[in-house]
Design a binder for this molecule. Structure first.
Ligand code: ATP
Length: 502
């Protein structure tokens, strides 16, 4: 690891001291500051940067920077969302490979992410920051004005980065979650700084390090799934799987076999043992989405799992222990379902050990525009175009729109607007909120509208495959019986296929 360095012994001693300094840090902010200081000093570079991916792994944020002999205050602007313009960083992240460039002036490298200086930046080393499971969590950079070779530092900086990441996670377990700033989003991946969202962050902070079962409630599209991910990513279970199952998406028997798994011969077609999602999520978190749609018989089985921590796969006489944190989510009023006899009261109380209700977007004063800008920047990043400006009229229009479909609806509207916009500025005509309204009769709620979309999609796919359900299921990546179930649920017959196909 040190053989190619000029003075390996002195370097190893210095490296050890930096390990010890990071280990002595008592807060995560000191860990990242210490990290960039160490990388700059070890490599002899004037600049060192630490970029970390957020919980959604879509946004890369400048977390710490060492420059001009000291740790810099965090720059207001991080990288554009999805960092697609930054090929150097993207390559290191996506390929999990070290990038070492001895002379930046010899290529057409985009180095917008480096601070501007009169003296040009010449050599750069970019090392992926890996966690203990060797997955990429960010990148560490060392950059200098001298045209020198920095590659020899990569192995030791890589090991140091993994140690830093481990320390960071340890500290974050005991620290409150950073509240998202209104403009940039945050390492949590959640955008919004309204009072109601700050209350939500407070609740998330309280529950992340506990083993409590969480019940996420809120209208469709308010962010229940993304919050569940944040809870998992911030919990001590973060290194283990996060598994999601939508309880409304499958018929009862299929849902049961998905969750509990089965033994060979348990039913026709069970030609081998198969582990269920409780097993897949062992050590981690299982999100049971649309829990209000879980059939009553399965609710009883879930209650047993929660009480006893054991499951019995279909066709097996033997139970085994599982260690899974359950997060349940629903847009439905579970207490009402309980009173109608459609949801077990005992399960409700067991799930609602720690309830969190996500506010509707119309209740999040000030968040609409922050979210809109965030989604626009994200989309521009994906489309590899420059960030767009916002006209005052469209901002006014968005801020006063009710968004029955909440954040998901806003996201869809913004993504469409960015695609429609050919200039530099988004205007009302790109959103056509008013013109959309008659297309969405207010008698239909979002779920019904989404079912309309799904109906169209399934019909398209069936038509493309000349009505062949096996091929359509294959194309959609679902089992044939799942497709048949969805067709039945949406009341689609082959007659519909002919009618819409004409
Ligand atoms: N606070 C937020 N910041 C950034 N993105 C968000 C936020 N809330 C929601 N989103 C985005 O909005 C979309 C919908 O969110 P999500 O799927 O989590 O909603 P949901 O409440 O689970 O919806 P459903 O009830 O239909 O399952 C996703 O693309 C998600 O990433």
């Amino acid at each position: 690891m040190f053989v190619q360095l000029a003075d390996p012994l002195a370097y190893a001693e210095s490296l050890l001291q930096h390990f010890a300094s990071v280990a002595r840090c008592t807060r995560s902010v000191s860990v990242v500051d210490q990290c960039v200081r160490a990388v700059a000093q070890l490599s002899g570079c004037e600049l060192s940067q630490l970029y970390l991916l957020d919980a959604t792994h879509k946004r890369l944020e400048l977390t710490a920077e060492w420059f001009e002999g000291g740790v810099q205050p965090k720059r207001a602007q991080g990288l554009p969302t999805d960092y697609s313009g930054q090929q150097l960083l993207q390559f290191a992240l996506c390929q999990s490979r070290v990038v070492s460039i001895d002379d930046l002036s010899e290529g057409l490298y985009d180095t917008d992410f480096l601070p501007r200086q009169d003296l040009p930046w010449r050599a750069l080393l970019c090392v992926p920051l890996l966690n203990a499971q060797q997955s990429v969590e960010g990148v560490l950079l060392a950059v200098t004005h001298q045209p020198v070779e920095l590659l020899a530092y990569a192995p030791s900086i890589g090991v140091f980065g993994t140690f830093v990441w481990g320390q960071l996670r340890l500290h974050q377990q005991g620290e409150p979650m950073a509240l998202p700033s209104s403009r940039e989003g945050s390492a949590s991946g959640l955008i919004g700084n309204s009072r109601v969202m700050r209350q939500t962050y407070h609740l998330i902070n309280k529950v992340v390090n506990s083993p409590y079962t969480v019940l996420l409630m809120g209208e469709t599209g308010t962010g229940k799934e993304i919050v569940a991910r944040v809870i998992h990513d911030r919990s001590p279970r973060r290194a283990r799987p996060f598994v999601v199952q939508n309880c409304a998406a499958l018929p009862e028997a299929l849902l049961e076999s998905e969750l509990f798994g089965y033994r060979k011969g348990a039913f026709t077609g069970a030609d081998r043992d198969r582990a269920g999602l409780f097993d897949s999520a062992h050590g981690g978190t299982l999100l049971l989405d649309e829990i209000g749609d879980m059939p009553l018989a399965l609710q009883a089985k879930l209650l047993r799992v929660l009480q006893e921590g054991e499951i019995r796969p279909l066709g097996s006489n033997v139970t085994h222990t599982i260690d899974v944190r359950i997060i349940a989510a629903t847009h439905r009023d579970l207490t009402q379902l309980v009173s109608q006899g459609l949801f077990r009261e005992d399960l409700y109380y067991r799930l609602a050990q720690f309830p969190i209700t996500l506010p509707a977007l119309r209740e999040r004063e000030g968040d609409i525009l922050d979210l809109a800008r965030h989604f626009a920047d994200q989309t521009c990043g994906f489309l590899q175009r420059r960030p767009l400006l916002w006209s005052a009229s469209v901002m006014e229009q968005l801020a006063s729109y009710a968004f029955p479909g909440n954040v998901r609806e806003l996201k869809g509207l913004v993504e469409r607007a960015v695609l429609l916009c050919e200039g530099d500025e988004l205007h009302s005509e790109h959103f056509s909120l008013a013109r959309d309204a008659p297309l969405m009769p207010c008698t239909l709620n979002l779920r019904e509208r989404m079912e309309q979309v799904e109906r169209g999609l399934l019909l398209d796919c069936l038509r493309k495959n000349a009505g062949n359900q096996t091929r359509a299921a294959h194309e959609l990546g679902v089992a044939r019986r799942t497709l048949l179930y969805r067709l039945e649920r949406l009341n689609i017959s082959l007659g519909d296929l002919k009618r819409t196909g004409s």
